[in-house]
Design a protein around this ligand. Structure first.
Ligand SMILES: [Zn+2]
Length: 99
């Protein structure tokens, strides 16, 4: 299995962009596809978090401008778990550019 550079997003709510793509809303957590819990240890089923396998975690950060339009809160634990090491300031690649 190819290693992924970053986790995907799990969020408490969702909306659809004009293209019909599901986008995260509410509270966002980091989640590795295939796992049943977030990086901070929340069980997806019990927390009623929705999975956004197509949205890279870093796109949920408001400053990324990616898929964060409706994200109200980024889980600090998940964020610390993914940004604590390295601290690279690379540009996030946008997988869903808007027209
Ligand atoms: Zn979290």
């Amino acid at each position: 299995m190819a290693a992924r550079a970053e986790p995907s997003v799990a969020a408490s709510s969702q909306w659809r962009d004009p293209d019909g793509v599901r986008m995260p809303a509410g509270e966002a957590h980091a989640w590795w596809p295939g796992q049943n819990q977030t990086l901070c240890g929340l069980a997806l089923s019990r927390s009623r978090l929705q999975r956004f396998q197509h949205i890279p975690w870093t796109d949920a950060f408001p400053e990324s401008g990616g898929a964060a339009d409706a994200v109200r809160r980024v889980c600090p634990k998940c964020r610390a778990a993914t940004t604590g090491k390295g601290h690279s300031r690379r540009r996030w690649s946008r997988t869903l550019p808007r027209p």
